[in-house]
Design a binder for this molecule. Structure first.
Ligand SMILES: NC(=O)c1ccc[n+]([C@@H]2O[C@H](COP(=O)([O-])OP(=O)(O)OC[C@H]3O[C@@H](n4cnc5c(N)ncnc54)[C@H](O)[C@@H]3O)[C@@H](O)[C@H]2O)c1
Length: 244
């Protein structure tokens, strides 16, 4: 995919899937704003500069309106435009519903869902002005099929899908597409927390016989971000090795 001249923001890209998405977008030619709450964002921005692309770290919490405004403003000040937004930042606080606290619910809804609203709203004006844009949000198969112990996470991820389908309709005539990805189980710190027997049981339910890699997700992001995907919008692309 050729993304030369494009400018991307990838939220929560200090590690895991977001990190690989940011690197792949940069390899394809895009300048990348690396957002995270952690200092790891700075290291990744340096790595992007080292491969001869432009990278800039902007630390901030994507569930906070003023931090999100700072991310969008810094991107415009640094690169003059915003072409691609990847809503990747996310957390889980798993608990059976009877034990789930208000805080477990609110944190996951705020970081996984409200952030998608805040970040998309913050970039849309510049995309509308330039009549080109790509909004790509990382949902989950859990938002499609549910998962015991993840009512908060599943609700946030299902919310991302409804949000994506709605804004796709709002902005399609302006050359902006909005799509969601629904990864299955991807090998990152989020899934490395699972006990070994649970991991083995999961893999036995995946027709491809392995967990997904962050590269599997990043490749789909690069395609959806490209000109080649301009007629694909409002879709949910499942990346789960055939699991669902
Ligand atoms: N790993 C999986 O199996 C899997 C499956 C489906 C969907 N996903 C989704 O993919 C995305 C990335 O997951 P991952 O496995 O790489 O997770 P991860 O925990 O490895 O990385 C998430 C990153 O988001 C950052 N982050 C957390 N809260 C933030 C905030 N408020 N503001 C900015 N950054 C914040 C973290 O610091 C971290 O760097 C998440 O949305 C997750 O729900 C993951």
């Amino acid at each position: 995919m050729n993304l030369k001249g494009k400018v991307a923001i990838v939220t929560g890209s200090g590690r895991g899937i977001g990190r690989v998405i940011a690197l792949k977008l940069a390899e394809a030619g895009s300048s990348v704003v690396v957002n995270d709450i952690g200092e790891s964002a700075k290291e990744l921005a340096r790595e992007i500069n080292n491969i001869g692309r432009k990278g800039r770290a902007v630390l901030g919490d994507v569930s906070c309106t003023s931090d999100v405004a700072k991310i969008a403003e810094t991107t415009i000040k640094t690169y003059g435009r915003i072409d691609i937004l990847v809503n990747n930042a996310g957390i889980n606080r798993d608990q059976l519903l009877v034990r789930m606290t208000d805080e477990d619910w609110d944190r996951v809804i705020n970081i996984d869902l409200k952030s998608v609203f805040l970040c998309t709203r913050a970039v849309l004006r510049s995309m509308i002005k330039q009549r080109w844009g790509r909004i790509i949000s990382i949902a989950s198969i859990v938002g499609l099929i549910g998962n015991a112990g993840q009512a908060n996470y599943a609700s946030a991820k299902a919310g991302i899908i409804g949000f994506t389908r709605s804004i796709a309709r709002e902005v399609a005539s302006r050359g902006i597409t909005a799509n969601a990805l629904a990864p299955g189980f991807i090998d990152t710190e989020m899934t490395q927390k699972l006990p070994e027997n649970r991991r083995r049981e999961l893999i036995s339910r995946i027709p491809c016989g392995r967990l997904g890699s962050p590269e599997d997700v990043a490749s789909a992001v690069c395609f959806l971000a490209s000109n080649e995907a301009s007629y694909i919008t409002g879709q949910v692309l499942t990346i789960d090795g055939g699991m669902t």
